[in-house]
Ligand binder design. Structure first.
Ligand SMILES: [Zn+2]
Ligand SMILES: [Zn+2]
Length: 240
């Protein structure tokens, strides 16, 4: 499985060359090229990537509004995301049922509900092909069934909105926002995930000094057996 970080920018004003485009991942295996998320930065641009299909985590503008004018390929999303995206012009809509492994060409997807937003309910995807398995959740406070989501995952790709500060707000009984990187690394340790890569980078990362950021990240990875790094636009990985 080949993974390309097409974009790594979160929903903030600042953008730099390293974090220029809204967070999006291209996962390829054999002849299949699946794009996960297509935010507003990708409007009029994603077509040239020639994805076989697009998969959405949720309906927020930085994840789905690149599809305002439609798409030349099938688009897969959970029911709650389609409900929020009623006005978008996508014709070839497919449903991904939560917690039901769904094969899209040669790549297996399983959607896990995550807490993040009330208006745009989000999922994280467990994505597997061949022997490779990753979990992608660019926006989240927590995963509802974390142990199942991260079981035998090789790489956790998570939410970089904030490194240590809390970004969580209360709306009635529900929580909305983003878990700090520190918390997500603790999940990886608990579930035995050996690598974490941070995307959806917020202002702390985008405008921060790279050397200081790496030192901060290293200080959070207190145990051997867990490696963490920050993604940038165009970063590529090959998983066996
Ligand atoms: Zn969001
Ligand atoms: Zn977002």
């Amino acid at each position: 499985m080949k993974v390309v970080f097409l974009g790594t920018r979160g929903e903030i004003e600042a953008r730099t060359r390293r974090h220029r485009m809204h967070s999006s991942l291209l996962v390829s295996y054999r002849g299949t090229r699946l794009m996960i998320d297509c935010g507003l930065d990708w409007l009029g641009k994603f077509e040239r990537l020639r994805p076989s299909a697009i998969v959405l985590t949720h309906a927020h503008p930085d994840h789905a509004w690149g599809l305002k004018d439609g798409a030349p390929c099938p688009v897969h999303a959970p029911q709650k995301t389609w409900q929020t995206l009623q006005r978008c012009n996508v014709k070839d809509r497919h449903l991904i049922k939560e917690r039901t492994p769904t094969k899209i060409s040669d790549i297996m997807f399983e959607a896990f509900p995550v807490e993040h937003s009330i208006l745009a309910p989000a999922v994280g995807y467990r994505v597997s092909a061949g022997h490779a398995c990753i979990f992608y959740a660019p926006d989240l406070i927590f995963i509802h069934d974390r142990a199942a989501a991260l079981k035998e995952v090789q790489i956790y790709i998570g939410d970089g909105a904030t490194l240590t500060r809390s970004f969580v707000r209360k709306r009635g009984k529900r929580l909305i926002g983003h878990a700090p990187v520190r918390t997500q690394l603790a999940w990886c340790r608990k579930e035995g995930v050996p690598r974490a890569i941070i995307t959806h980078c917020g202002s702390e990362i985008v405008t921060g000094d790279e050397r200081k950021l790496l030192a901060k990240l290293r200080a959070m990875v207190t145990e051997p057996g867990l490696e963490a790094r920050i993604a940038y636009d165009g970063m590529k990985l090959i998983l066996q």
